[in-house]
Design a protein around this ligand. Structure first.
Ligand SMILES: Cc1cc2nc3c(=O)[nH]c(=O)nc-3n(C[C@H](O)[C@H](O)[C@H](O)COP(=O)(O)OP(=O)(O)OC[C@H]3O[C@@H](n4cnc5c(N)ncnc54)[C@H](O)[C@@H]3O)c2cc1C
Length: 361
């Protein structure tokens, strides 16, 4: 639908009624700042002085009820809505390519409950993930979700893109960590998914919205699992002569137990990134493995790890490099470590069954 000045003024009035005048903007500066996320293309355009597509309105509802009102208005006028969390997405999902409304979730940042019996935190999805990690730490727990964008991206952003962190091999991805979600559907209806997602009857509604990049609804509240801090967390760095041995060793180890961290860098990355950040000055493929939990279990896992990797000729580098890697775990992509404008790079994740990993690599 074509909008004009009169219609825009009408829509603006209705949006202001829904979320409050102060939470609704048509200022050029707000439109520009909600048009560039961490997608390489939008950053390159910004660097070259070009403007990305902008929204007509930037609105920030405070909860599901206000979100519902915004979506009903958008539905009535048939204008697009793009949800914006922290703007840290690397694939351009938050960019309002068709204009319309940017629905900024950052006012929905309340932590409602830290429940140490049910082991979850209930929060608004506009909360930055680091904030809920701090809330968990205050009661001696942890979220165990440590992506590199921990300090800038929101709970909703991680749910919407099916996020993964550095200890996901043991604790799972965000889809394993979420219990109940409150979601506002495109027609404005508010729904709640089951508080016990692994139930026997019916499909798990959470999985419809997780990874949907905001296209199927706005996630407004979530219960996120928390975990006990491990009694012990140990690290071990290894050097493999080639990737083939490293792939085989990893597959065999993962059949035996799940370490918390298992990161492999090929010889080129070992000679560049790992040398620079972790200090490994050797040729080969570096792998960092962490294992954690109750001390007795960790002792057993360590023995299995060393026995398994020895079979594939891995050189044991001890714990020093792994610990350094952990210290730097969320700074790998930060300025000074990675290329920055005017150099550009994009990131892309992929998955493969064991039998295809080497071919894909
Ligand atoms: C330096 C850096 C490192 C990164 N490292 C990792 C990593 O280790 N692991 C990882 O998983 N990701 C990583 N990312 C990617 C980033 O964290 C994700 O793309 C995440 O989705 C961004 O969240 P955000 O709150 O910034 O969302 P935005 O960029 O604002 O939005 C991302 C997408 O989610 C949608 N969305 C946001 N909030 C909601 C909501 N409440 N309801 C419905 N849809 C919503 C948006 O419409 C958009 O499609 C990294 C990004 C950067 C910049």
């Amino acid at each position: 639908m074509q909008t004009n000045e009169f219609l825009n003024a009408m829509i603006l009035t209705e949006l202001e009624d829904a979320v409050g005048v102060e939470n609704c903007s048509i200022k050029p500066i707000d439109k520009v700042t909600h048009s560039v996320d961490y997608y390489w293309l939008s950053r390159m355009w910004a660097d070259r002085g070009r403007r990305m597509p902008e929204a007509d309105f930037v609105v920030a509802p405070k909860d599901a009820q206000e979100t519902s009102k915004v979506l009903k208005i958008a539905n009535y006028y048939k204008i697009p809505v793009t949800t914006w969390g922290g703007g840290g997405g690397t694939q351009g999902g938050a960019i309002p390519v068709c204009g319309g409304i940017i629905l900024d979730t950052k006012r929905m940042n309340r932590i409602y409950e830290v429940n140490t019996e049910g082991m979850y935190i209930e929060c608004g999805t506009g909360a930055i993930y680091k904030h809920i990690e701090w809330a968990a730490n205050e009661v001696g727990k942890a979220t165990m979700h440590y992506p590199s964008s921990l300090t800038c991206s929101t709970v909703g952003g991680f749910l919407a893109h099916r996020g993964i962190g550095v200890v996901s091999t043991k604790y799972g991805k965000i889809d394993d960590m979420v219990l109940q979600m409150e979601v506002v559907l495109p027609n404005g209806d508010i729904i709640y998914t089951s508080p016990a997602p692994k139930h026997a009857a019916g499909p798990d509604l959470n999985q419809i919205f997780i990874g949907s990049e905001g296209t199927l609804g706005v996630i407004t509240k979530a219960q996120i699992r928390i975990y006990d801090q491990p009694e012990e967390r140990r690290f071990r760095g290894f050097l493999f002569q080639d990737m083939t041995g490293a792939f085989k060793a990893s597959r065999e180890l993962l059949q035996k137990f799940k370490p918390s961290v298992m990161r492999l860098y090929d010889p080129a990355e070992t000679a560049s990134l790992i040398k620079k950040i972790v200090g490994v000055e050797r040729e080969g493929a570096f792998m960092n493995v962490a294992y954690e939990g109750v001390k007795e279990m960790v002792d057993v896992e360590e023995k299995i790890l060393l026995d398994t990797f020895k079979k594939y000729g891995a050189e044991d580098l001890g714990s020093e490099y792994g610990e350094k890697w952990w210290e730097e775990k969320i700074t790998f992509f930060y300025p000074g470590h990675m290329m920055d404008i005017p150099q550009m790079f994009g990131t892309m994740d992929t998955i493969a069954p064991y039998g295809k990993i080497e071919e894909i690599y």
